[in-house]
Design a protein around this ligand. Sequence first.
Ligand code: PLP
Length: 395
Amino acid sequence: MISNRELFLQNTAQTSNSPRLFEIVKAEGVYLYGPKGEKYMDLVSGFNVSNIGHRHPKVIAAIQEQLERYLHVTVYGEFVQAPQVQFATNLLATLPDNFQSVYLTNSGAEAVEGSMKIAKKFTGRRQIIAANHAYHGSTQGALSLIGNKAYHEAYAPLLPEIDFIDFNDEAALASITTDTAAVIVEAIQGEAGVRVPSASYMQALRARCDETGTLLIFDEIQTGFGRTGKMFAFEHFGIVPDILMLAKGIGGGMPLGAFVARKEIMDVIKDNPMLGHITTFGGHPVSCAAAQASLQVIQEEKLLETVQEKADLFRSLLQTPKIKEIRGLGLMMCLQLETFDQVYAVSSYCAEQGLMIDWYLHCETALRVAPPLTISIAEIQDACKIINEAIEKFC
Ligand code: PLP
């Protein structure tokens, strides 16, 4: 019989020439399971999605309850659907008052697309500034914002009037002018290898946007929902953006994204022309039910309070000069090695030992450490033992 692995290679689109090809038959808590009984501790969280672990029982219960009521009923924005309304209301309750309206999407890239549109229409300006080495998604608009020229050249032409500045460089903020509709930055650059900006840079960025009437848009698609030890990473910097983009962790493992803004900004899509931004499946009721449960789990289990202690434990157990640098905030971490060969050898060895660890899209010399926030102290100790062994062997 032809195996699933062969069918995967034969019949599903391949996004690289070297997929990792782990077959997963079940996932629970911080563990992934393979068909032959393999068990892997997951330090990747499905790329910053499974913040509360895989298949959290409260998320599963909320999904099951919603399955009994309805699945898709109409396009987003027409009927009143309790899971959407309740999730949006509870999400706003976690945010400062200038966030007043939530648009629910299917994915992060769609949150990026919608945010760019409302920023242009609200300000009447066209220029958008993004950061070198940024990653915001793969749709054409989001791709236009990523600071990696190879992707621009391969898929040109992309959006016009996008300019780039260096991230975390205060001098570069002078490029933001009264012609700039929006500046879009990740709160922490993730795929560039977890580059954490200084609070003073973020404050200067906020001030420059205020001076020029430019909207400040934060991509918290990786950093949101507790990953850094605060609900949103902007809270570390003492500033509040104008538009917040979310996805990944918000759905509790289901596909969901959102962009959130002041009502006057969001309202530009209502008319002139009407239905300026619509989606069939965005804010799917089952995803929203899962998101609502996931938010409750983060709050009721007080997960945020444990993040820093866990991050500190990782840092203290991974003390070897062979790791050049540990970057990150909370449980969004990266271990800087020297070469991709080392990263590949370490992650392959870890997988053989039952630990799933990966690298970053635009920083292949660094290991990604982003476990579910629910990981226990004993599990962190086990994970670090394997990582240290692998680094000793291959670096
Ligand atoms: N923004 C950031 C910071 C991301 O890391 C990602 C995905 O990795 C995206 C946007 C795009 O999200 P999605 O893959 O859901 O479209």
